[in-house]
Design a protein around this ligand. Sequence first.
Ligand SMILES: Nc1ncnc2c1ncn2[C@@H]1O[C@H](COP(=O)(O)OP(=O)(O)OP(=O)(O)O)[C@@H](O)[C@H]1O
Ligand SMILES: [Mg+2]
Length: 198
Amino acid sequence: MVTSAVPSEGKTTTVVNLALALVDAGQRVTIVEADLRKPKVTKYLDMVAGVGLTNVLAGTAEVGDVIQTYGSAGLSIIGAGPTPPNPGELLSSRHMSVLLENLRDENDFVLVDAPPLLPVADASGLASAMDGVLVAVRYGVSTKDQLRQAAMTLQRVQANTLGAILSIVPPKAQIASAYGYGYSYEADSTAGRGKRRA
Ligand SMILES: Nc1ncnc2c1ncn2[C@@H]1O[C@H](COP(=O)(O)OP(=O)(O)OP(=O)(O)O)[C@@H](O)[C@H]1O
Ligand SMILES: [Mg+2]
């Protein structure tokens, strides 16, 4: 599952690109669009947004009725479906666990595009059912405090947090000057050795 502390940290883009890379590498992959309040996977891939996960969880459709295939390599997508009044409840339901188990059997990777952790409890309810959780962190925007709170939320539900993905890094960010080019050495009269400055 890919989540983040707050909205707009690059979760959906990460899920879609990761899925496309894995499919290119010959893996069987299904994306589950679990951000039921702000679904974007189908939009980014120019697919039908009408029916999906919420229909399956409500028992009004079968997975086979709502699953879509993207591209010739066969990336499978389960779109969010209509926004329900109780996203958190649906995502942490037994029905959702059973669905994930079935998808696990049929895929090499099931990638879940989750909502952010701090504004609502939807993602934390889902996190403990995942093999692993990645946290998207937006360059120059996400704060340490938000990330700390997100990590604590995941810890509280005993999720297996795999790590963070730094996303939306501006191409001309002055990262280069911070790593590698910004060192200078000057004489340190007391120790007689060079002193490093970043
Ligand atoms: N690597 C990137 N480089 C540049 N822009 C990006 C990158 N990744 C995402 N974006 C842009 O940033 C915005 C947010 O990205 P995205 O929708 O993937 O984030 P999100 O965390 O899923 O957001 P939400 O919380 O709304 O679901 C979008 O406009 C997207 O096009
Ligand atoms: Mg998103």
